[in-house]
Write a protein that binds this ligand. Structure first.
Ligand code: WTA
Length: 658
């Protein structure tokens, strides 16, 4: 973000006070901040009391060996029991857990908490039959259908950490994750629906299984939901490995006696992009994670018993884990689960769903809001959106205009907007307005929620004054924090804790500013991580994908500003001599290659074939200069380049490289 946009942003003077009625009945009031700050551990212990524990903890936080935290040490609980059974036991079994809305119009299904309990028990029994034991990892690669949630909860119920891999990832990406966490079983579907047509998933699992075997890892069983009924071809079924869900889970017993696990028992591993080519397996454990997810969902979204909550994320991302599965279900709310895309079969699909299902709280990403803005307000205006009382945003900075449009057009100017900052690693929302307390400021995530300590610091870790900018850090541990990177404690320490080691701060990788009121503005990543439509992508990972193409000698990737997607992937590629000019279709060929290696979301918007890359004398690529080119700006200071004429060569060669 340029300095000019930034100072414009910080001059934002629109304020939106909480609606009086919401404030009067809000779950959290202003007092919570001081109370939590006075004794954060006591505060989090109180929040852990929202859950049902089989054995109470002895110690709230063990931080004797930082950065390895143990929360609620000695406590035991079962996450699935907390999300499902206890609501049934409390007499709320008939409450709808999910209004499932399929991609094909009219393919809807309501699932009550009692039905969910049966399904989870059946799936748990099936996983056990397939040989899954407590501690074994299970991968889930599925469309947004109820069985995906059921599979996650079944894993939690038997203490088998799940790793959900986004269904849009390629078989290569799936294979490397299967190998990294040594997944014993994969749960998948024949396919899912995308824009009216079935789109196969199972063949990618078959390929991934072969690739994982090549890496020395054997997947033992694949459990397959029949979603589309599409023909998978004779080759795509191996009786020794593949098991149909409807022939196993549907026939399994609905009785399963759950066991309580240690508060620090691994709940799941979620892979996310880091600054190197290899994705990091972020490990979340049980008691602290569930406490953080449940409390924040209740506090930030001001959850009431009659709410209909809709988080539009995919369960393949952390947002789906914390705010579709664990937080909302621990709180026993009714939700919408939607399989499809916002604009299929028609542009107003989301608004139609809100109207039909009476959605009261919508949680989505700025990139979606910007695309609705572009389509124009006539589309949402055709629907009755008066059930909405609160709107949320996550995934990237929300620009003030999108915030105001969201509040005005979708929220009818009644609804507060909560701009929630958090990460895969943090597991729970950390910085956000509270809807009954905060006077919202478009574009600012405001202040840390009660119980959380964050700061904006300079290179040396000194807190910046109001009006200043620097790195966003968390100065105290919090319950849903990651515990490590799967199988790599060193990388965990190095990535998050080394930068401000003496101070014991967690380095989030984001830059931020404090405005004159002391409110926080998150500006985006300060490392080699890009944010494209709210999805985290690593520049290095895409560079490795490009370099794995036989015609490519070297590649540099930058995230350039993009009106629709926030950032867009722009690649600069040097071809190998023997590849000549690469051929007429070289750009398309390389884009398809990245799609195959990682997935469609990583496909570069732009690829520029260049003769050289700008490097410092020590050989480091100066991405800043490439970003200038990608954003059509005058190229900045080139004095630290080993060869300062390189930028002229690049700039003159890239016209029309799209
Ligand atoms: C960015 C998604 C500004 C940020 C939950 C962070 C945000 C990364 C916001 C994490 C926000 C997320 N305002 N930036 N409200 N929310 N980000 O791991 O750069 O997919 O570090 O987690 O998204 O992305 P992740």
């Amino acid at each position: 973000m340029s300095d000019e946009t930034l100072s414009n942003l910080l001059k934002e003077d629109r304020r939106f006070e909480p609606p009086a009625e919401l404030a009067a009945n809000a779950n959290v009031t202003a007092e919570a901040y001081d109370a939590a700050a006075a004794d954060p551990e006591a505060f989090w212990a109180e929040q852990a009391g929202r859950l049902t524990w089989a054995t109470p903890w002895d110690r709230v936080l063990n931080w004797d060996d930082p950065p390895f935290a143990k929360w609620f040490e000695g406590g035991r609980l079962n996450a699935a029991y907390n999300c499902v059974d206890r609501h049934v036991e409390a007499g709320r079994g008939d409450k709808v857990a999910f209004h499932f809305v399929g991609e094909p119009v009219d393919d809807t299904r309501d699932i009550t908490y009692a039905e969910l309990q049966d399904l989870v028990c059946q799936a748990a029994n099936t996983l056990i039959d397939l040989g899954v034991q407590t501690g074994d990892r299970v991968a889930i690669y599925m469309p947004m259908i109820p069985e995906a949630v059921v599979a996650m909860l079944a894993c939690a119920r038997i203490g088998a950490p799940h790793t959900v891999v986004f269904g849009g990832f390629s078989s290569d990406a799936l294979a490397s994750r299967l190998e990294d966490c040594q997944a014993k079983v994969v749960v998948t579907a024949d396919g899912g629906y995308r824009r009216g047509a079935p789109s196969a998933l199972k063949p990618a699992v078959d390929e991934a299984r072969v690739k994982a075997a090549g890496l020395g890892h054997t997947v033992e069983k694949v459990l397959v939901v029949r979603r589309t009924g599409q023909d998978l071809g004779a080759d795509s079924w191996d009786d020794a490995v593949d098991v149909w869900w409807h022939e196993s889970v549907d026939r399994a017993s609905t009785e399963h006696a759950h066991e309580a696990f240690d508060a620090e028992h691994p709940l799941y591993v979620m892979y996310t992009s880091g600054t190197t080519g290899k994705p990091k397996g972020i490990l979340h454990t049980t008691g602290g994670y569930l406490t953080g997810a449940a409390y924040t969902h209740w506090a930030v979204f001001d959850i009431k018993p009659d709410d209909v909550f809709w988080c539009t994320a995919d369960i393949g991302w952390v947002t789906g884990h914390s705010y579709i599965v664990y937080g909302p279900l621990a709180n026993g709310v009714t939700q919408v689960l939607y399989e499809g895309t916002p604009d299929s079969p028609e542009k107003g699909r989301w608004w139609q769903i809100i109207e039909q299902q009476g959605v009261t709280i919508l949680y989505t990403a700025p990139t979606a809001i910007r695309s609705f803005m572009k389509q124009g307000r006539e589309i949402p205006d055709r629907h009755d959106l008066s059930s909405l009382r609160l709107l949320g945003s996550v995934g990237e900075p929300i620009n003030p205009e999108a915030y105001v449009w969201y509040r005005h057009v979708i929220g009818g100017d009644r609804t507060p907007v909560v701009d929630t900052w958090w990460q895969t690693e943090t597991g729970q929302i950390l910085i956000s307005p509270l809807p009954g307390v905060t006077a919202g400021k478009p574009g600012s995530a405001m202040v840390p929620i009660p119980g959380i300590s964050a700061a904006v610091v300079d290179e040396e870790g000194r807190e910046v004054a109001k009006g200043g900018g620097g790195y966003l850090v968390l100065t105290k541990p919090w319950p849903a924090m990651l515990r490590t990177i799967w199988g790599d404690d060193e990388r965990y320490k190095e990535t998050y804790w080394a930068r401000f080691e003496k101070l014991g701060y967690y380095f989030a990788g984001d830059g931020a500013k404090l405005d004159d009121d002391g409110d926080l503005w998150v500006l985006g990543r300060v490392d080699d991580v890009m944010n494209v439509s709210g999805h985290r992508l690593s520049t290095t990972e895409i560079e490795s994908a490009l370099v794995s193409h036989p015609k490519v000698a070297e590649a540099a990737v930058v995230g350039a500003q993009d009106e629709d997607t926030g950032q867009a992937v722009c690649a600069f590629v040097i071809l190998r001599d023997e590849a000549g000019d690469g051929g007429a279709d070289i750009v398309e060929e390389l884009r398809a290659h990245v799609r195959k290696e990682i997935g469609p979301i990583a496909k570069p918007r732009q690829i520029m074939i260049v003769p050289e890359l700008p490097k410092t004398r020590s050989g480091k690529i100066m991405r800043r200069l490439l970003r200038d080119v990608a954003e059509n700006r005058e190229v900045g200071d080139v004095t630290t380049l080993a060869d300062s004429s390189v930028m002229d060569l690049i700039s003159s060669g890239v016209s029309g490289g799209r």
